[in-house]
Design a binder for this molecule. Structure first.
Ligand code: FE2
Ligand code: FE2
Length: 192
């Protein structure tokens, strides 16, 4: 059985149908964006497919699996273990399917918060997660417009969208997201 089929079978049994469809859609959009921006498309498909593989694990399981990457939990992760689902999915990718490609693993880890200095490959996964076509809170015309931006501008737009949403929900923006945002904004202003 091929790798993609193995992963899909796992996702089918570990995720709700809605999140399964989301995962497939993120994989497809990641591949398309990667191709457009000269990045490895097959790797982008895999990272997109796997990004939420750990999303429906219990908090206890999330902590157990995520910390197998050898890093400690920060205060945000301690308070809300669901934020560990990127780290945990990267561990699963290695353990279950022998994926050791750091670009793929980092793309999976980065999809929730982004990261200051984030590489274009991770930007693809981060943006595809929000911009896949099932996300009906974004009008189709706007979605297409944002998808036509270059990766930095697209990432900035996605971060702003996520920040507004967090604000509405009364949640805190984590430091690394904020730092990434400021960094991109500065770079953008310099280029104008
Ligand atoms: Fe996620
Ligand atoms: Fe997602």
């Amino acid at each position: 059985m091929g790798l993609k089929k193995q992963i899909k079978d796992y996702l089918k049994t570990h995720l709700s149908p809605k999140r399964y469809e989301h995962s497939i859609a993120v994989a497809k959009l990641s591949k398309k964006l990667a191709k457009k921006h000269g990045l490895p498309a097959k790797k982008a498909f895999l990272a997109g497919l796997l990004h939420d593989a750990a999303k429906e694990l219990s908090e206890k399981e999330l902590i157990k699996i995520a910390t197998q990457d050898g890093l400690a939990l920060d205060s945000d992760e301690k308070q809300r273990p669901t934020l560990l689902h990127g780290r945990a999915a990267a561990v699963l990718a290695q353990k279950n399917w022998g994926i050791n490609d750091e670009m793929i693993l980092q793309g999976i880890r980065d999809h929730i918060f982004g990261r200051p200095g984030m590489e274009p490959f991770s930007m693809v996964i981060y943006c595809a997660d929000l911009l896949e076509p099932h996300r009906q809170f974004i009008k189709e015309s706007l979605r297409q417009k944002v998808l036509s931006y270059d990766l930095e501008k697209m990432t900035l737009w996605v971060a702003e969208f996520i920040f507004r949403d967090l604000k509405k929900k009364g949640r805190r923006i984590v430091q690394s997201s904020l730092k990434m945002y400021k960094e991109l904004k500065e770079r953008m202003n310099r280029d104008v």
